[in-house]
Design a protein around this ligand. Structure first.
Ligand code: NI
Length: 160
């Protein structure tokens, strides 16, 4: 396993659309482990392929509760319901935070790391995280969605 370098801010790879994963081979499994490790190193709740420079449709999520760690391959939102206004950040924008609107509940279909079809019913924070990460696979960033007047820029020296 290895920590991968994160892509930040105006790195143009963050604006590209990721490709479907056709075969879950050892390289993809290694990528998934590396993404989890990289996300954990920076205390993130989620990470998407483009954020480590890989334009493939893979996301990882960890809400740091039992059973709340996921690797989702080729995830697709098949249903969404309601809305929530939430505070959000992103490992690619370590100093920016803001309020965005997300669905309150989503149903996501994907493959797990063993290639099994999974259907994930997510709400609240999990729905937010899944939507944020799937946006990354389409080149969409949370900064595109920040409600006017809610952008906060944190001085790096204020952080640990
Ligand atoms: Ni992000």
């Amino acid at each position: 396993m290895a920590i991968r370098n994160l892509r930040y801010e105006d790195d143009e790879i963050l604006r590209k659309r990721s490709r479907e994963i056709e075969v879950i081979d050892d390289r993809i499994k290694e990528l998934a482990k590396d993404m989890l490790e990289t996300m954990h190193k920076w205390d993130g709740l989620g990470l998407a392929g483009p954020q480590v420079g890989v334009l493939k449709r893979i996301i990882v999520i960890d809400l740091y509760e039992d059973g709340m760690q996921f690797v989702l391959i080729n995830p697709v939102i098949v249903k969404e319901k309601g809305t929530q206004e939430v505070e959000e950040g992103c490992l690619s924008f370590p100093n920016k935070f803001g309020k965005v609107e997300r669905p309150k509940e989503v149903v996501v279909e994907a493959l797990d790391i063993d290639g099994r079809k999974v259907k994930l019913k997510a709400k609240d924070l999990l729905a937010q995280a899944v939507c944020h990460e799937i946006d990354h696979l389409n080149g969409i960033l949370f900064t595109d969605k920040i409600k006017p007047g809610t952008l906060e820029i944190v001085n790096p020296s204020d952080k640990k």
